[in-house]
Design a protein around this ligand. Sequence first.
Ligand SMILES: [Zn+2]
Length: 65
Amino acid sequence: MATTNDGVDMTESCVVCERETPHDIRLEIQTESSKPENAEFSREPYRVSECQVCGETTSTRMNNA
Ligand SMILES: [Zn+2]
């Protein structure tokens, strides 16, 4: 059975709902440094998940270093 999946809806546990809820997952590049000259080296990818039930968002830094 073929299923179309955009890959944006994921079920994750929500600390607010205290149960597993559908989440909208997106990636954001957030600049941590306030210095413009260093911005290129301080941008970090964050995985942002937003609960589709209560709207709670959780940012997880994706830094493997
Ligand atoms: Zn929630």
